[in-house]
Design a binder for this molecule. Structure first.
Ligand code: UFG
Length: 315
């Protein structure tokens, strides 16, 4: 297929673009390089450096589907600068949906987030039918974009799939996480393990969990990419579907530290810190719907996530 990948110079966009190229698709990347990297665009993809608001100028009727990764994704920053989040994550998705309809592009796969659910009522695996009550502007903008796509499906026949990612980590095909501001646990633990004098921080040791630290559902980026390939095949005009993407299980922060020690053979100097604002105790996905409707299932373990991320960080 001829595909447009917005945000294809970012972490997840670059991995998925590489997988799509390997599957034989023709890929154009649209990225403004505000947080992405030119050299993260896989060889074989065409790069157009532009804002997602200008998608109309890049799309044309020969494009068969859009994979929409472009967006801002830092929870803390979204609290400080909500305007940037509403503009890019909602305004950008609006511009893209309108451009898609104008050019007769009827298939779109969107990077949504577990942040749409907010603070879960219990530690039980989250289903797509659970209440979505975001607790920060990042989650609110992802939820608004999900709703926008649902209305475009109904009114304009756009087929769309919202993939709600839980905690994505790891590297694949030579592409991985290279954020300038790194907030995520796995890359921060690897920096500490690298022994450059950096110490990791454990945010919150008094959660009602098995060891007091927060539980998250860590998903290998290659398994995530596989879900996109399946979503692309499943997306059908006029229908909007939502899928949670996670393993259905979770690990505490201390368990992830243990995995980093085990896999790298290094010490992970770490200090206990207070909870980070707005971090729920447990966030785990139910992936039943993705299993049933997309035939998807993650196969890579936490140790594999850490090993691949470590290999990538090592260059
Ligand atoms: N954590 C630490 N130390 C760190 C970084 C994180 O202890 O240096 C903890 C966090 O408090 C949390 C867990 O490790 O309990 C995972 O934190 P991340 O920052 O890696 O990921 P989040 O769960 O906060 O964020 C993920 C996605 C977001 C999404 C959010 C939904 O990365 O995009 O889930 O709540 F918004």
């Amino acid at each position: 297929m001829r595909l447009l990948v917005t945000g294809g110079a970012g972490y997840i966009g670059s991995v998925v673009a590489a997988v799509l190229l390997a599957e034989g698709h023709e890929v154009t990347v649209l990225d403004d390089l505000s947080t992405g990297h030119r050299d993260a665009v896989p060889a074989g993809a065409r790069l157009v450096v532009a804002d997602v608001h200008d998608a109309a100028e890049v799309l044309d009727p020969s494009v068969e589907a859009v994979l929409h990764f472009a967006g801002k994704s830092l929870v803390g920053e979204s609290v400080e600068e909500p305007g940037a989040y509403w503009r890019t994550n909602v305004g950008g998705t609006l511009a893209l949906a309108e451009a898609a309809v104008r050019h007769g592009v009827r298939r779109l796969v969107f990077s949504s987030s577990a942040a749409t659910y907010g603070e879960p009522a219990s530690g039980a695996p989250l289903r797509e039918t659970d209440p979505a009550v975001p607790t920060n502007p990042y989650g609110a903008t992802k939820l608004a974009a999900d709703h926008l796509l649902a209305s475009w499906a109904r009114a304009h026949g756009l087929g769309a799939v919202s993939l709600r990612y839980f905690n994505v980590a790891g590297a694949h095909l030579g592409f991985g996480e290279r954020h300038t501001t790194e907030t995520h646990l796995v890359p921060n633990l690897l920096k500490a393990a690298a022994g450059n004098g950096e110490r990791a921080r454990v945010f919150g040791t008094d959660y009602p969990t098995r060891d007091g630290t927060a539980v998250r559902d860590y998903l290998h980026v290659a398994d995530l990419a596989d879900a996109h390939v399946r979503a692309l095949k499943a997306v059908e005009p006029e229908v909007h579907r939502v899928y949670n993407l996670g393993t259905g299980g979770g690990h505490t922060v201390r368990e992830v530290i243990d995995a980093v020690r085990r896999v790298t053979g290094r010490e992970v100097p770490a200090d206990d810190r207070p909870r980070r604002d707005g971090d729920p105790a447990v966030l785990v996905a139910s992936n039943d719907r993705a299993r049933e409707e997309l035939g998807w299932g993650p196969v890579r373990t936490l140790d594999r996530i850490v090993a691949d991320a470590w290999g990538f960080a090592d260059g």
